[in-house]
Design a protein around this ligand. Structure first.
Ligand code: NAG
Ligand code: NAG
Ligand code: NAG
Ligand code: NAG
Ligand code: NAG
Ligand code: NAG
Ligand code: NAG
Ligand code: NAG
Ligand code: NAG
Ligand code: NAG
Ligand code: NAG
Length: 422
């Protein structure tokens, strides 16, 4: 199970160019960690295969303090395993190093002889994508599909899941021929025990089903037919919560990165014609403070509603002429990217007049940092309630350097990591 944490990084590329990148954390050597490679002196070279490191990514060197260290060195020192005068040296494991510039990085262990027998890593860091990734669909089992695995191997699907980094918003597609189901079970115990109790599972009985990951944490799936689960037809997937990093220029010398909260408009009611209470959406906003970068999710049935951003006049008049933007596919996510009043209506028939309209006022901070861990629930499967708990702002002086902000444990950015895509 590959757990990656993600970081947002702002890089000042030139005096007038800003780039917000979506970064990943890599555990060097994966489960092997940072150690003397056994058998293969090219182990860390091989580990870098298929990885594209971008500015903002974090390398985590997992080693036992006292037995190893990690030093950033120049190319000459890397080639010749020169352990004196490194650029930087980290003696406590695990050590996290943010790749905050483009170009080559060289790392060695300075413990005598370790570098010479392969405890060295060289990578090339490039500029990352500046846009948020689009959600990906993962066909479970790839071409093998969802079936009793070869040799009944219970490692088959976990190992498949290990190859990918799932993000909130991604989906798993379970496809099969023959008699199978995909069922999401509640927890690892149910997964281990192949619990098929119909009242305790979410059953997907139709081949080709697409199951979106809407929450972070572990998700467990089994086949409920016969003894297929016992024969290894199960899969465990891990994913991470998504986060939006919004870059706001507040003044010529100050930048603000906002770690945004996501609100589901109307909470469980969603975006509908209010029944019996036309002030539903006004009431919904009452206890909320919307800040720049926050996201509104309008949950509606495509074809029955839509959501349009409109002017105040159009909002008041319920006019759908000249909308600022219209989203006709539900659920629609709209980022509140500027300060001020934002007005939304449904343009269908007289839905707006009946109360399907929303006006929010968006402000700048003050922001408080999240308490680490509070919104991190890797065991839970229920969707997290809309919350502003995961809001953080960092105000950063605009100097010509790059600044990484690690959000481990709170929220993470979805990331167009190349290994995610096939
Ligand atoms: C190292 O090689 C031996 C013999 O070929 C093999 O049994 C062992 O699994 C290898 N270890 C690793 C970590 O690859
Ligand atoms: C780091 O190494 C320790 C000991 O080998 C292991 O228990 C731990 O899970 C590793 N951490 C990561 C993130 O791989
Ligand atoms: C590379 O680092 C070594 C020490 O680790 C130092 O002696 C050497 O001068 C450095 N070379 C360059 C080109 O900076
Ligand atoms: C780049 O990262 C290194 C190691 O994490 C850190 O010591 C250094 O201050 C960073 N440089 C900048 C300009 O942020
Ligand atoms: C995201 O991944 C897709 C699929 O690999 C690729 O086509 C696209 O260019 C990527 N986007 C960015 C911004 O890297
Ligand atoms: C797979 O499991 C089934 C039922 O437990 C058993 O009958 C069959 O022999 C197993 N096949 C293999 C290749 O282990
Ligand atoms: C199935 O689950 C329900 C609810 O948890 C429980 O009441 C019932 O006893 C379970 N049935 C079996 C056969 O375990
Ligand atoms: C499922 O597999 C069948 C047969 O391989 C294929 O025709 C179909 O398009 C697949 N469906 C999905 C949703 O991938
Ligand atoms: C699929 O298998 C189940 C047993 O788990 C059985 O009850 C059902 O009739 C089978 N369906 C088909 C279409 O064969
Ligand atoms: C308005 O919202 C509050 C919670 O914010 C809720 O308790 C109350 O019932 C709502 N009023 C109406 C009339 O729905
Ligand atoms: C995490 O999820 C579990 C399982 O749903 C739930 O019981 C628990 O209260 C959650 N913990 C937090 C801190 O939200």
């Amino acid at each position: 199970m590959k757990i990656i944490s993600m970081a947002a990084l702002v890089v000042v590329l030139a005096s007038s160019v800003l780039q917000s990148t979506y970064a990943a954390t890599y555990t060097v050597g994966d489960a092997t960690g940072w150690t003397i490679p056994i058998n293969n002196t090219d182990f860390y070279d091989d580990w870098t295969d298929n990885k594209n490191f971008v500015v903002g990514d974090v390398l985590e060197f997992n080693f036992t303090t006292g037995q190893h260290d990690v030093a950033e060195v120049n190319e000459t020192a890397y080639d010749n395993c020169i352990t004196t005068n490194p650029i930087a040296r980290y003696t406590t494991g695990p050590a996290s190093i943010t790749l905050n510039r483009t170009g080559e990085y060289h790392f060695i262990c300075t413990v005598p002889r370790h570098c010479g027998i392969g405890q060295k890593l060289s990578i090339d860091v490039r500029t990352g994508p500046s846009t948020a990734p689009t959600p990906a669909d993962y066909e479970v089992g790839d071409d093998y599909g969802w079936d009793v695995p070869p040799s009944n191997s219970s490692e088959y699907y976990p190992s498949w899941a290990n190859r990918y980094e799932f993000k909130v918003g991604d989906s798993a597609v379970f496809n099969w021929t023959g008699n199978h189901t995909a069922a999401q079970v509640r927890n690892q115990a149910d997964y281990d025990n192949c619990n098929t109790n119909a009242t305790e599972i979410t059953l997907y009985a139709v081949a080709g089903v697409r199951v979106p990951f809407t929450t972070e944490g572990f998700h467990y799936f089994i086949c409920t037919v016969g003894t297929h689960c016992e024969q290894g037809q199960k899969k465990m997937a891990m994913k991470i919560v998504s986060m939006t990093a919004t870059l706001v220029a507040l003044a010529s010398n100050v930048l603000q990165i906002t770690y945004a909260a996501t609100y589901t408009v109307g909470d469980t009611i969603g975006w509908v014609i209010p029944t019996g209470y036309t002030e539903l959406y006004r009431n919904w906003t009452d206890d909320k403070n919307f800040l720049v970068g926050d996201i509104l999710v309008f949950k509606f049935t495509t074809g029955e509603h839509d959501v349009a951003k409109v002017t105040e006049a159009a909002y008041n008049a319920c006019s759908s002429v000249n909308t600022i933007l219209t989203r006709s596919t539900g659920p629609a996510r709209i980022t509140l990217n500027i300060i001020g009043d934002h007005h939304f209506i449904c343009t269908f028939a007289d839905h707006c007049a009946e109360g399907q309209k929303l006006s929010v006022e968006v402000r700048n901070g003050p922001r408080t940092a999240p308490v680490p861990g509070t919104s991190h629930n890797t065991t839970g499967t229920p969707p997290s309630p809309p919350s502003s708990a995961s809001s953080l702002v960092a105000t950063i002086s605009l100097v010509f350097m790059s600044i990484g902000i690690q959000m481990t444990g709170a929220v993470a950015i979805s990331h167009n990591h190349t290994v995610c895509h096939r």
